[in-house]
Design a protein around this ligand. Structure first.
Ligand code: SF4
Ligand code: SF4
Length: 422
């Protein structure tokens, strides 16, 4: 059984703690495995946030480094949560790794997760072992006919489902998780997004069902109509409607009414965010993806050793540099694996750069980008002076000549054939 810290320290579960205890959401989960008709993926998850672009995404290692600094700025930072900006269990590796690293650093804090519940079940045992004590599941309907007008599609076990089939699967998975979480001693909150004319008349049934399965508390959240979504023109629930919905839900279980609909990267007291955190987040997102203790070097795609001017796919070798007290020092030229070997080319490259914390190149395809990042190598796409890029790598400085990741189109300016680096 999970040993519960006192509820008084969780600002969302105890109204008295909201003015004294702070929380932070770590934005480590970018992907989502469902499509809610009220969500625009350019914005934060409506489950636990108000619309607004997440300031930055962090790797698990970056997230915990950020947390260490944040903890020195925020008094009584008692809750560490993951709430997107996608879904924690559409990104289970990142979510669990973040929890593991954070738990090792901060064993006394409360750990909290917010999910759509589709892929939660396989991870419940591990969450309990990690001493996650609070889980929120967003359940907008328990009737698949109503659910089918709320979810456009879901991706479950590598298949896409739509309509009633999608709603049946997600509702079944969500409901199954409640008793399993309770059996582990985890506090369960249910969020329901109130969609006038769609599920407002159905909330009592949701409340009754989740209460019968053991959920502890419910949070009825008025939908925020979001541009470019199926529900962009939906009416905002009126005050009296929300009052009525909460009144009927309350017949079945306790309600949370002070939810601030926090961003997926919120930090501070509820309703009084520590806004400096957003700048800090952006800075930590530029830091190494993994610990650099055993990665002293940086690799560079260059023709002559002065400028970053080669795309990864066309670089037959990379220059390797290291930082010294007297400046950056060239170490060697390292041959890259030959073209035409598919993914194994990039995996071999990642292995050969296992001692490098970053690579500077003029452009890179999506596949090698993902493989290198997964191996903990920060990929900086830029053109210009090598030293400027290396200062970004070693001193976490902004690199002026940096390119946006999607600014590079394969084949535009390299010798590639627009099929991606192979
Ligand atoms: S679960 Fe969250 S991120 Fe995923 S579609 Fe729904 S609101 Fe958007
Ligand atoms: S979104 Fe609501 S439940 Fe989540 S941290 Fe904010 S106040 Fe708490």
């Amino acid at each position: 059984m999970v040993e519960k810290p006192t509820a008084a320290a969780h600002p969302c579960f105890d109204v008295k703690a909201r003015h004294t205890h702070a929380r932070v959401h770590l934005p480590v989960a970018p992907k989502c495995n469902i499509s809610c008709n009220y969500c625009n993926r350019k914005y934060d998850c409506v489950n636990e946030s108000r619309p607004g672009v997440c300031s930055a995404l962090l790797s698990p290692y970056q997230a915990v480094e950020y947390l260490k600094e944040l903890d020195t700025h925020i008094e009584k930072l008692s809750v560490i949560g993951i709430a997107g900006p996608g879904d924690p269990f559409a990104n289970p590796e990142e979510t669990l790794e973040t929890m593991r690293l954070a738990k090792a650093q901060f064993p006394d804090k409360i750990f909290c997760l917010s999910t759509n519940g589709l892929n939660l079940k396989p991870y419940i045992d591990e969450l309990a072992l990690l001493n996650v004590t609070h889980v929120t599941i967003t359940i907008n309907a328990v009737d698949p006919d109503i659910g089918s007008s709320i979810y456009a599609w879901i991706r479950h076990e590598k298949k896409i489902y739509r309509g009633r089939a999608a709603a049946e699967i997600i509702i079944k998975n969500q409901l199954e998780c409640i008793p399993l979480l309770k059996a582990k001693g985890i506090t369960v909150k249910i969020n329901s997004v109130i969609l006038p004319g769609v599920n407002d008349h159905h909330i009592e049934e949701v409340a009754k069902m989740v209460a019968s399965l053991g959920a502890d508390v419910m949070n009825c959240i008025p939908v925020l109509p979001t541009k470019d979504t199926a529900f962009e023109d939906i009416d905002k629930p009126s005050g009296p409607l929300m009052k009525e919905v909460r009144k009927v839900a309350k017949k079945h279980l306790g309600l949370m009414t002070h939810c601030s609909r926090c961003r997926a990267d919120a930090a501070g007291l509820l309703g009084h965010d520590f806004t400096e955190a957003y700048g800090m987040l952006r800075e930590y997102a530029m830091r190494p993806l993994k610990s650099t203790d055993d990665r002293p070097y940086a690799a560079v795609g260059t023709r002559e050793g002065a400028l970053v001017n080669m795309h990864l796919g066309e670089a037959e070798s990379l220059y390797i540099f290291k930082q010294t007290p007297s400046g950056f020092q060239f170490i060697e030229e390292r041959v890259t694996p030959p073209a035409g070997c598919g993914d194994s080319r990039w995996k071999d490259l990642a292995d050969s750069l296992a001692d490098c914390r970053a690579i500077l190149v003029e452009g890179v395809g999506a596949k090698p980008l993902k493989i290198l990042q997964h191996a903990g190598i920060r990929v900086i796409q830029m053109s210009g002076i090598i030293d400027e890029g290396l200062e970004g790598v070693y001193y976490n400085k902004e690199v002026k000549a940096v390119k946006m990741p999607d600014a590079f189109k394969c084949g535009d300016s390299c010798r590639g054939d627009a099929q991606g680096c192979a």
